[in-house]
Design a protein around this ligand. Structure first.
Ligand code: SF4
Length: 698
């Protein structure tokens, strides 16, 4: 029979439950957990292939200092000394952490406590900045808090599901399967509209595909707001009681007539009219969005343009209704809960509010708390490049491949006086640049929690022996914290200790003014932590908490009203220039991030074996490009050699290149080396889907 453990998948933000069975001979069988409310037993191709990705081949099993084997004590002393020396000589802002949505909440909590509370700098950012920070910023602008109002059930109960900037079929496959099953069951009672410049696999279940021009979502949703106003579809009672700023937002939107929207989006007026009429007459509507919305220089405005339409109609927090941000990574949400971004504080408190800083400092009994936001990812690596950061710790992510302007990021890390990398593999493009490398435990070897896109907290559980001298990230951070002189604050014995403290902070002096409250788990003991079953927050100490937020208002602004946000700035379409294309980067179905794990599965690699560039047949023909021919794609920052995938799924004038491949797996295909470091000014999220590129035969 073997040991059976209930855990969760380490890939996307759907957060599927997994049953892992390890036999006496060491073999591992993976199945979907039929009792987990995210997936009810389903798994996608990546989740199903997890057993193929856990071999120890290539794993780093011991710490190294400048590439040579080292004892843990020596490596940790070296890290603590380097950080302490930099802080003593140059101040707290001369050090930085760059962490990951792959970390478990307990890892994230300790990293943030160390940086923001004890080092006293907020220079800790995460690859989640590249994933969903525009959603966070949009939520905070509208709701006063980073709150996802609804649940996955809403996506099945809605009569209209609008998927904008989301290739759900490939990027959140089990959620796609749930919607597809609901559509199959409910037939014409359920409408699905996909808004995407590309005809992606998600369009297979769509009643309507609106192939808008890249980055024209804001005009589309502004026009919708104006249409709702003209059609008398505004929920005047909800707007009056629970929101502010509606008249100004509606006035600003009114310049977007259907014909103006059609001209800007590239849709026909009939398509625009049909979508607007459908949205107007369908009360039970959910609008889901993902990286096509977030990864834009106007990403936050896109989020608020969508939220504005839901606030205007009062379609929020009720069954089958609401805006819904689909989180990319397995624990981007859990990271947010502990203040994982450079501009946040733990337990959904704000670095900008003195009372929040004071509360967290008292709870942690910390010598200080950072008093201003730290550097966001792009700015953080720019500070490394300029020499302002003297010591940098990178955990569980590979920015030399995944950051925009990746070559400059590599140069910056190479030149940094002291770099620590914690990872499973010492061979990643980033780990090779480390002065000190710390071997981390991976999926199946470590314990902790993650939070999925619907605010559901689930356990990840170990079922494999810890290999070699690998250690959990939280342990590494706590050991360095102790060596820096903070022994009491970092005396954790287990992830259960950390979760108990995290839950206690969520409820500490929380009189209902903060959304994140899991006080029911404050001080949870090891036994209860081991037995924890998936639950959605809020879970306060005195009750179950509501499944949804905001149906009766209760927003987390000073007056408890939601804000309509003016999103009419920066609407002009940017001309590409002769011969240029819009370059869109993104995921494919069977790979994950920079392939350090999925690249090891033969099954997953069989789906798409090599990197490619998708191009429309007419564009290929005009540029003398043959199907499967090799081409050079050149951007502002560099070029890559790829195979041409000529397909009418791709809109004319644009290219799509997967983000995954790098030198280790394919030679010269690191697409983020092309992408300039343009960011959304509000969220700091890079615009990874709208850079400029040219293409020619190689
Ligand atoms: Fe894992 Fe996401 Fe697939 Fe679920 S949908 S099995 S969480 S990759």
């Amino acid at each position: 029979m073997g040991d059976v453990v209930r855990t969760t998948c380490p890939y996307c933000g759907v957060g599927c439950g997994v049953i892992a069975r390890r036999s006496a001979d060491g073999s591992v069988e993976i199945k979907g957990d039929p009792d987990h409310p995210a997936n009810f037993g389903r798994l996608c191709s990546k989740g199903s292939a997890l057993a193929e990705t856990i071999s120890l081949e290539g794993r780093a099993l011991e710490p190294t200092i400048t590439g040579k084997s080292a004892e843990w004590d020596d490596a940790l002393d070296r890290v603590a000394n380097a950080f302490s020396t930099a802080i003593a000589e140059h101040g707290p802002d001369s050090v930085a952490l760059y962490v990951s949505g792959q970390l478990l909440t307990e890892d994230y909590y300790v990293a943030n406590k160390l940086m923001k509370g004890f080092i006293g700098s907020a220079n800790i950012d995460t690859n989640s900045r590249l994933c969903m920070s525009s959603s966070v910023a949009g939520h905070v602008r509208a709701f006063g808090s980073d709150t996802v109002p609804g649940t996955y059930e809403d996506l099945e109960d809605a009569d209209l599901v609008v998927l904008t900037g989301s290739n759900l079929a490939w990027c959140h496959p089990v959620l796609y399967q749930r919607i597809a099953a609901a559509k199959e069951r409910r037939g014409s009672a359920m409408n699905i509209v996909v808004i995407d410049p590309r005809r992606t696999a998600t369009c297979d279940i769509a009643d309507t595909h609106l192939a808008i021009r890249p980055d024209s979502d804001v005009p589309l949703f502004l026009g919708l707001l104006a249409y709702l106003g003209n059609a008398g579809a505004v929920d005047c009672d909800y707007v009056a009681r629970h929101t502010s700023g509606f008249p100004a937002a509606l006035d600003a939107a009114r310049s977007w007539s259907r014909s103006a929207v059609a001209m800007r989006t590239g849709l026909t007026s009939a398509e625009v009219e049909a979508f607007y009429a459908l949205f107007t007459r369908t009360a039970k509507t959910v609008t889901c969005y993902s990286q096509g919305v977030n990864q834009s220089s106007v990403g936050t405005d896109k989020v608020n343009a969508i939220i504005n339409c839901h606030l205007a109609t009062g379609r929020i927090g009720r069954p089958g209704m609401g805006p819904f941000s689909l989180t990319g990574q397995p624990n981007a949400m859990g990271g947010r809960e502990v203040g994982g971004l450079a501009n946040m504080l733990a337990a959904h408190m704000s670095l900008d509010k003195p009372q929040d800083r004071d509360r967290v400092q008292r709870f942690w009994n910390a010598p200080r708390v950072a008093d201003r936001p730290g550097l966001k990812a792009v700015d953080l690596f720019e500070a490394v490049a300029s020499g302002r950061i003297k010591a940098l710790w990178i955990m569980s992510t590979n920015p030399v491949v995944s950051m925009p302007d990746a070559d400059r990021v590599r140069e910056a890390i190479t030149a940094c006086p002291f770099v620590v990398v914690s990872d499973l593999f010492a061979t990643t493009e980033t780990a090779r640049l480390a002065d000190v490398f710390l071997p981390a435990t991976g999926w199946g070897e470590k314990n902790g929690t993650v939070t999925n896109s619907e605010r559901r907290i689930s356990r990840q559980r170990a079922f494999l022996p810890v290999p070699g001298q690998a250690r959990p990230d939280w342990w590494q951070l706590a050991e360095v914290g102790r060596r820096m002189g903070f022994a009491t604050a970092f005396s954790y014995e287990s992830p259960a200790d950390i979760f108990a403290e995290h839950a206690a902070l969520s409820t500490f002096e929380n009189d209902g003014a903060r959304d994140f409250d899991i006080g029911a788990y404050a001080g949870v003991d090891a036994e209860a932590y081991a037995a924890m079953t998936p639950f959605s927050w809020p879970r306060p100490a005195d009750g179950e908490g509501n499944a949804r937020f905001f149906s009766e208002g209760g927003f987390y602004t000073a007056d408890r009203k939601a804000r309509f946000v003016d999103v009419t700035s920066a609407l002009a379409a940017k001309p590409l220039g002769k011969g240029a294309f819009t370059l869109n980067t993104g995921r494919v179905r069977d790979q994950w991030h920079t392939m350090t794990r999925t690249g090891r599965s033969a099954t997953l690699s069989a789906h798409l074996a090599e990197p490619f560039v998708e191009i429309h047949p007419s564009d290929a023909s005009e540029n003398g490009i043959s199907p499967a021919g090799l081409v050079r794609v050149s951007g502002e920052k560099g070029d890559v050699i790829l195979r041409a995938l000529v397909t009418n799924r791709q809109a004319r004038g644009s290219l799509f290149v997967p983000m995954h491949w790098s030198g280790e797996f394919s030679g010269h295909a690191r697409v983020d080396a092309l992408v300039p470091p343009v960011v959304d000014p509000v969220s700091g999220q890079p615009a990874s889907k709208q850079s400029r590129a040219t293409i020619r035969c190689f």
